[in-house]
Design a protein around this ligand. Structure first.
Ligand SMILES: O=C(O)/C=C/C(=O)CC(=O)CC(=O)O
Ligand SMILES: [Ca+2]
Ligand SMILES: [Mg+2]
Length: 383
């Protein structure tokens, strides 16, 4: 048991996510943060991003985590460590890592099926490739922003009656996703095997991949997502290390995948998300049901010899479950606007209005048996 007040809650020593508060690397414990460079003699922690630390790899990550648990648990360290704890309230949390490349997948069968039906009503919802290849695209890392950053409604082209129309998006949406942060890079020409995920990936963030459906629907043929998604992607301020999370079995795949995607132990994380729209929980997307696992995504992303770098972010794709109240986008939740969502304040919504706030939260089974809370990601839309 930790000597820190509040450590018996969800932010105990079983969790210990990493972040950057007032420009310094910290871990969260209860409602406080521990300044790591003050208590650990590790050069990589003298930084305002996690990148140097993440590049050190699993042995260093494990050693630091074990030492921090010891410092916060063993009463003999209290006197030296306590001065380096301070309240989280009032601190400025910045993007915890310098984002390298950003890739976004499309790995929920339910989401892909729903979007297929809504965007391409005259074709089968899943293309024949979908169960053979983790579909994804390269996004815009320069517009990945930390939770709390306002999101300005994008303008762009959308389909009109006779000619395209230009103006602010009228179908602004969210995508509730789980993001994976690369720590250990790979060399160009090398591949990362499907069983080598934990040797490269440092941790997990929550992601909101804001999406302008009207811009997207007009522009995506034939090359895929572009300006409808590149204006903002929000991530949580806390990176939950993989070590904090328990693994759970991933869904079986049929047909059998190619050997480079075949995992010896097919597992994922039991991350249960909640989507809150202006104070009303409208959806609870279950990550564990995703068809393609993050290990398969990383293997696929590098199978052509493309390297990954420290700070690369790859997101799962919208997390949707089979039920309407488990969908990770408002496109699905409102069935493209046909079925408005009622909020607790009595108002109705289809897509986002200016002033709306969306907050994604999540919990997951933890590696010690205690549940882990992930850092939230929130954003308010401005006109
Ligand atoms: O199927 C399409 O044309 C488009 C799909 C998406 O918008 C999904 C996307 O960005 C990937 C994901 O988040 O699942
Ligand atoms: Ca997405
Ligand atoms: Mg985006």
């Amino acid at each position: 048991m930790s000597w820190v007040a509040g450590a018996d809650g969800p932010w105990g020593t079983h969790n210990l996510p990493y972040g950057v508060a007032d420009g310094r690397i910290v871990v969260r414990i209860g409602d406080q943060v521990l300044d790591l460079q003050s208590v650990l003699a590790l050069e990589a922690l003298r930084s305002s991003t996690l990148n140097d630390f993440m590049a050190l790899g699993p042995d260093a990550w494990r050693a630091v985590r074990e030492r921090v648990v010891e410092l916060l648990t063993d009463e003999q360290h209290r006197e030296t460590v306590e001065p380096h704890l301070s309240p989280l309230a009032g601190k400025t949390l910045t993007l915890p890592f310098a984002v390298g490349d950003y890739v976004d997948f499309y790995s929920s069968e339910d989401h892909a099926t729903n979007v297929g039906k809504l965007f391409r009503p005259d074709s089968p919802p899943l293309y024949p490739n979908w169960k053979h290849i983790p579909i994804g695209y390269h996004g815009r890392s320069g517009t990945v922003v930390v939770t709390g950053t306002e999101v300005k409604r994008p303008s762009g082209q959308r389909k009109g009656e006779a000619a395209p129309v230009f103006g602010p998006s009228v179908r602004l949406d969210i995508e509730a996703e789980v993001g994976f942060v690369v720590g250990v890079p790979s060399a160009m020409g090398d591949t990362v095997g499907v069983d080598d995920f934990a040797a490269h990936v440092f941790g997990v963030v929550l992601v909101n991949d804001w999406s302008a459906r009207d811009i997207q629907a007009w522009e995506y043929v034939p090359l895929g997502p572009f300006l409808g998604k590149s204006f903002a992607t929000s991530v949580s301020a806390w990176v939950t290390p993989l070590a904090a999370l328990a693994t759970v079995p991933a869904p079986a795949q049929d047909p059998e995948v190619l050997p480079y995607l075949a995992e010896s132990d097919r597992s994922t994380y039991g991350i249960d998300l909640e989507v809150d729209w202006n104070g009303t929980v409208v959806s609870r997307p279950p990550f564990a049901g995703m068809y393609w696992t993050p290990a398969q995504q990383l293997a696929h992303m590098t199978v052509n010899g493309a390297s990954v770098r420290t700070g690369d972010l790859f997101a799962s794709g919208t997390v949707s479950g089979p039920r309407r109240d488990q969908t990770g986008s408002f496109l699905e939740l409102s069935w493209s606007g046909a079925d408005p969502v009622k909020l607790e304040d009595g108002s109705e919504r289809t897509f986002l209005l200016d002033g709306d706030t969306v907050t994604l939260t999540a919990t997951a089974p933890g590696s010690t048996g205690r549940p882990v809370v992930l850092g939230e990601v929130t954003g308010t839309v401005t006109g």
